[in-house]
Write a protein that binds this ligand. Sequence first.
Ligand SMILES: NC(=O)c1ccc[n+]([C@@H]2O[C@H](COP(=O)([O-])OP(=O)(O)OC[C@H]3O[C@@H](n4cnc5c(N)ncnc54)[C@H](OP(=O)(O)O)[C@@H]3O)[C@@H](O)[C@H]2O)c1
Length: 196
Amino acid sequence: MADPSSHALVVGGTGMLYDVSLNLAARGYATSVIARDPVRLEELRARAAAVGGRIEPMPVDYGETGSLEVALRERRDLLGPPGLVVAWVHGSAPTALPTLVRWLREEQTAARLVHVVGSAVADPSADSADELTSKLSGSSIRLQTVILGFVLEGEAGTQRSRWLTDREISAGVLRAIDSGSPRSIVGQVEPWHLRP
Ligand SMILES: NC(=O)c1ccc[n+]([C@@H]2O[C@H](COP(=O)([O-])OP(=O)(O)OC[C@H]3O[C@@H](n4cnc5c(N)ncnc54)[C@H](OP(=O)(O)O)[C@@H]3O)[C@@H](O)[C@H]2O)c1
């Protein structure tokens, strides 16, 4: 079986994590990318290949548990289990992350899961219990949470806030991967009331 440390998986890797997918491929990871649109996946694969990187498309709807499980098993047979997983998953697919985590646990290899989340988790009024942390307890999976915040621009008094760009998001996620920090914020989440 292939060395897990050389296989990375990016869930949602053709969107705002596009540069993360490309960068991991450039670092030498065989990089699996989950998304539905095969055209965008092929464009990403070709772009990485042009500079010697390897991106392996996984065209699957992560909301369809059976299809996702099949795709993950097939990918394990091809490249071994991933040692690094970066996941941006929409809340409209609540089964996707638990399916991914169950599969990673079953593989029983050490892995790092970089979970990218929206700024709502930083809402002081929100319930901060982290379900994922409890799902991972006792496993060899190390969780890193990356919170996407916002940007404040301009002089004090006339400041305006905006959401992050795709570039800023990918750069922030890569910084978090490099730092190994269990919790990072891209941009800022405070003062919370100044979010866009
Ligand atoms: N705090 C912030 O500033 C912040 C936070 C979040 C988002 N944003 C911005 O909002 C914009 C839109 O965000 P977005 O949530 O649409 O993210 P996105 O990363 O632009 O797109 C979602 C990614 O997930 C894939 N995907 C979506 N549903 C899927 C499914 N059911 N199965 C498999 N893959 C799936 C998409 O590919 P397919 O469509 O081909 O499946 C794509 O690769 C982004 O451009 C980002 O810059 C900003």
